[in-house]
Design a protein around this ligand. Sequence first.
Ligand SMILES: Cc1cc2nc3c(=O)[nH]c(=O)nc-3n(C[C@H](O)[C@H](O)[C@H](O)COP(=O)(O)OP(=O)(O)OC[C@H]3O[C@@H](n4cnc5c(N)ncnc54)[C@H](O)[C@@H]3O)c2cc1C
Length: 558
Amino acid sequence: MSEFFSTQNRARFIEQMCQKPLDLLVIGGGITGAGIALDAVTRGMRTGLLEMQDFAAGTSSRSTKLIHGGLRYLKQLEIKLVAETGRERKIVYENGPHITKAEPMLLPLVKDGSLSKWSASLGLAVYDWLAKVPVSERRRMLSVEETKTMEPLLDNSSLIGGAHYYEYRTDDARLTIEVLKEAVDRGGRAVNYMKVIDFLYKDKKIAGVVVEDQLTSDKHEIYAQVIVNATGPWVDTLDVLNDTTKGEKLYLTKGVHIVVAQSRLPIRQALYFDTPDGRMVFAIPRAGKTYIGTTDTPYKGNTAHPHMTNEDLTYLLNAVNHIFPSVQLVASDVESHWVGLRPLIRQTGKGPSEISRKDEIFQYESGLISIAGGKLTGYRKMAERIVNLVAIRLRQKEGRKFTACQTHNLPVSGGNVGGSTGFENFVKEKMQQGVLLGLTAGESEKLVRMYGSNVGQVFSYLQNWKVESAAYGLTPVLFAQLQYALNHEMVVTPADFFIRRTGALYFHIDWVRNWETVVWTYLMNELKWSKEKAIEYRQQMRELIQEAEGDALMKNTK
Ligand SMILES: Cc1cc2nc3c(=O)[nH]c(=O)nc-3n(C[C@H](O)[C@H](O)[C@H](O)COP(=O)(O)OP(=O)(O)OC[C@H]3O[C@@H](n4cnc5c(N)ncnc54)[C@H](O)[C@@H]3O)c2cc1C
């Protein structure tokens, strides 16, 4: 029986990783590292993962949240990338229908836009073919009238038609945590707030790491036969720590998304549309909001904390107001936002939007393996390639043999819901269970869709709600979610809960404002924070709320 992936078990997990050398140590708890850990564990490797912030706190909680083939990469003739990610989206969907859903997408075609009717039709047909898109989801070309009917907000004067096709929408941070939970459930070990600060060598070959616990400042040594650097935008930093002669290979670009109430941009479905400067951005409805993004500009600042500038904000507002002239969004409409960094592989002479999104593996003389680039969508295939390499290394070192990749048909945690075809029935059935426990149908459905086959565990906490949450005034749903996050998703701070376990800071910021103090008090008592930690986490959450609101910027740009 596996141990709970709980905050209380964090210290035990660290101890277990320190006890004897692992087969594989993964540095970085974004989607790339999580995918590698799951693949390795399922092949029988003793695997550990270290993350210096919270899981998914890097790029993997700051994407456009689409599982997609990347239609625009066809323009750059990235056939292999489109084919692979296109095929992967179906697999990601099947293995976690609770975390990924089909999202109909409208591509309005405009006069002098980046795609003509002909190129859009051909591009999407090639996309359907490469990604083996099922018949029901294949592209459909639309007349001006059909496009207008589908989206009445579009500007009539420049419209020449449209195309309708499918992408898939996810919650990137929850996808990461579901993959990690599955890895831990199968015997892997993963710990957040553990920063690798140095490498350890034996006969000039990498043999371990020195890691600093960001919560206690304690230092530990962890040894492993193979070490993989999967630190996304930080790959260069770790590679240079391993070998100072290695120059930069990453080119970081910044991507901003803004969130407005759906009533301010009441689109009927997701759109992928032209910007005045010849790029394309998404507008995607979600949970009563619409989010818009993304920008794509070179970035050189603080990797852990990129910011939205006035230019980013103005760019996205202009893009929306250009295609939907009747809407006229202003800065004060923006309720929340997030900013991410793309860890792209440097390609001399190419600008941000031209650089390939494909992943690349780097192997160093010391034995360190690094992986950079890639997409959320392709995480499983990236993991397969890395773990194939790890298996070869382990065979060479110790003569051990491992199976081929096992993750093609492996549900992630919460994904045992009868596949995509069984999911709606699963929702209906489980919803009843929540209603019988006293939830409204809406509350129950929300939990089932969010936690999938783990919802039974979430529901089980409802029994203790009255007694245990009386002093705090938590609602039954919030109490159950907090308990689950503490016991099964290693939540350490309020920010972990409000940003990466629930996505609420982006899509329900009012709810976060309402509950931030109660949640902080509850976590403080449950986790027995010191006075200093309590103050630090309170301050951190307040700053994050203010930042997501973009207060200072809004005032300047109204
Ligand atoms: C704006 C934007 C939109 C995007 N949209 C999409 C999309 O819609 N679909 C899609 O498929 N892809 C998308 N992507 C790409 C996708 O988000 C990334 O490819 C993916 O999230 C990268 O994951 P990662 O695990 O490699 O990096 P990260 O998620 O950044 O993870 C790396 C982790 O390593 C940790 N770390 C760093 N140094 C250390 C250390 N010393 N010790 C321990 N841990 C360390 C960091 O804290 C971090 O959490 C988008 C990217 C951006 C920026």
